[in-house]
Design a binder for this molecule. Structure first.
Ligand code: NAD
Length: 341
């Protein structure tokens, strides 16, 4: 298939030369023919159309006036993503099963209030805390409806809350397997559902991002994590299914699959599991305190190290913002190359 664009009046005159032009024509319709014909798009089109120069490449990532929900945002990856979204201008509701935010969370909240205004004069966003359990559908629907009604919109949803545990596949207790699916899979679904319903109710196009894991695509050598891997594989498929169903409503759905990221989840997760969930018979590992395990896991990726939470900020901003308007139904791995070999 070939096509050419007239450079003088960019993309306003589109010439199609192809036996497949019907297909291309359909694509163009999906982009909104009127928009293509009447307005230059950002970037080269705008430059060639003589639009006043702006730094549109960075502006695409702005989240000024946007409202976001991040679950599991009391700490770890969720809190880091919440802060990144707030720095980009969003009002971010951090929902977590913890009844009250701890001092570390409150310190990050205060930090956001002291951020300098962005170059374009836009103020930074803010962080709010809500206690909730992602497994409770009625409560999640009500909580997100409340946020949307209070703020008048909801644009971004990170379904990020999750738990981790390991155990032999032939011994894994059904009760524990169910618990894993309840938080990681059902919880992600209920969160996405709650946000999607409000985006549709208020007519705001939105971006829903599910935190999956590379464990949903590969088996981690040396880790017996059948329940976790199953729960995360379901999350990547959930993103594809919801993306296809919600695209006509202007809602994008994608998943992120981190590799090994240093958080309390991998550091002290045995304490964590017993804190929030009934004691179980599963064998638990404490990654950073098990002699030799960190070294054994680090060499599983070509970069030879664990990732840090801040190394997920870029992908979070990309998927949450207008930088990714044509990206839906995909899973993006941030894993130091672990899935590349
Ligand atoms: N850390 C990693 O290496 C890694 C790798 C891949 C994917 N992930 C995924 O990233 C997400 C965040 O992981 P993390 O490392 O920051 O873990 P974490 O344990 O530090 O944070 C998880 C947060 O989720 C909250 N939470 C747990 N159950 C909940 C529930 N039922 N309702 C509401 N909140 C609940 C916890 O209180 C906690 O604040 C998880 O989905 C995890 O599976 C983590």
């Amino acid at each position: 298939m070939t096509s050419s664009f007239s450079r003088g009046s960019p993309r306003r005159r589109l010439y199609l030369k192809s036996s497949h032009c019907g297909h291309l024509y359909q694509c163009i319709h999906a982009c909104d023919l009127l928009h293509i014909h009447m307005q230059p798009r950002p970037g080269v089109d705008a430059a060639l159309a003589g639009a006043s120069p702006t730094r549109s490449a960075l502006a695409m990532f702005s989240l000024a006036s946007r409202v976001a929900l991040v679950t599991g945002a009391h700490r770890g990856i969720g809190l880091e993503i919440a802060l990144a979204l707030a720095e980009a201008g969003a009002v971010v509701y951090c929902l977590d099963i913890q009844a009250e935010p701890d001092n570390a969370w409150l310190t990050v909240q205060r930090h956001v209030t002291k951020l300098p205004a962005a170059q374009d004069g836009q103020k930074s966003g803010r962080l709010e805390y809500i206690s909730g359990d992602v497994r409770d559908q009625n409560a999640m629907w009500a909580a997100v409806e409340d946020i949307a009604s209070r703020e008048g919109r909801i644009d971004i949803c990170f379904a990020n809350a999750g738990i981790y545990a390991v155990g032999d596949c032939l011994e894994y207790p059904a009760e524990d397997f169910r618990k894993m699916l309840d938080v990681n899979t059902l919880g992600a679904f209920v969160t996405a559902q709650a946000a999607g319903r409000q985006m549709v109710r208020l007519g705001t196009p939105g971006s829903i991002i599910l935190t999956a894991s590379i464990s949903g695509s590969i088996t981690n050598p040396g880790l017996r994590s059948v329940a976790y891997s199953t729960s995360k594989a379901a999350v990547t498929q959930m993103a594809r299914s919801m993306a296809c169903e919600l695209a006509p409503k202007g809602i994008r759905v994608n998943s992120i699959s981190p590799g090994y990221i240093v958080t309390e989840c991998v550091g002290i997760h045995d304490v964590y599991v017993s804190q929030f969930h009934a004691p179980s018979r599963m064998t638990l590992v404490s990654f950073l305190s098990t002699p030799g395990l960190e070294e054994q896991l680090s060499v599983q990726n070509p970069m030879g190290r664990f990732g840090c939470v801040d190394e997920l900020r870029g992908i979070a901003l990309y998927l949450a913002s207008d930088a990714s308007t044509f990206c839906t139904g995909t899973d993006i791995k941030v894993d130091g190359g672990q899935c590349a070999w």
